[in-house]
Design a protein around this ligand. Structure first.
Ligand code: SF4
Ligand code: SF4
Length: 173
């Protein structure tokens, strides 16, 4: 079969591009164990706060795509990075699929395969450089001094060391 229609004919997938082992890869990943319990009820999508502001985000569909073997499309997609890990779907899922953890598992696989969303790459670079998500300048510490607050360190070396030692630094170059 050349193509399969999903989502009411909106998406076309080519069976040649499918990886039937992708779902097993996700099952083996920490947090991904329960993915095959999903029976596509849509409770996760209905309660998702990200979905409420952007209807292109559809957690149920992401699970379907994984189960179908659409590895490249899932790992390259922006959508896996939109999950805010709020755990609403985790609490409400009747099948204990633990979707929030599956989204984390997908992000971890994506990073290993070299797909890191640019915004997260920039954030990780900042943490790798300063040990926090923003740079503290002299100006900030002067302002703190005027308010009677002690200065904050410009760099947290223990955090930057962790990034270096775990090789995350290599991945975010
Ligand atoms: S709520 Fe659970 S079972 Fe229902 S579609 Fe979402 S992950 Fe699947
Ligand atoms: S954990 Fe992610 S997918 Fe689940 S409801 Fe929250 S934002 Fe949506």
């Amino acid at each position: 079969m050349e193509g399969i229609k999903i989502g009411g004919g909106v998406d076309m997938i080519n069976t040649k591009d499918l990886d039937p082992n992708f779902k097993y890869e996700v099952v083996k990943e920490h947090g991904g164990t329960n993915i095959m319990r999903c029976f596509a009820c849509g409770t996760c999508t209905a309660g998702c706060p990200v979905r409420a502001i952007d209807d292109r985000y559809n957690p149920r569909k992401i699970i379907r795509m994984v189960l179908l073997g659409m590895k490249e499309r899932v790992l390259k997609s922006d959508f896996i990075w939109l999950c805010s890990t709020c755990y609403t779907c985790y609490d409400r899922c009747p099948q204990d699929v633990r979707l929030s953890d599956i989204m984390t598992a997908l992000k971890n696989i994506a990073v290993r395969e070299g797909y890191i969303h640019p915004s997260f790459k920039e954030q990780a670079k900042l943490v790798g450089t300063f040990g926090r998500l923003y740079e503290v300048e002299d100006f900030d510490n002067k302002k703190r001094g005027k308010m009677g607050l002690p200065p904050v360190k410009k760099t947290f070396d223990d955090v930057t060391k962790i990034i270096k030692d775990t090789k995350l630094g290599e991945m975010i170059k």
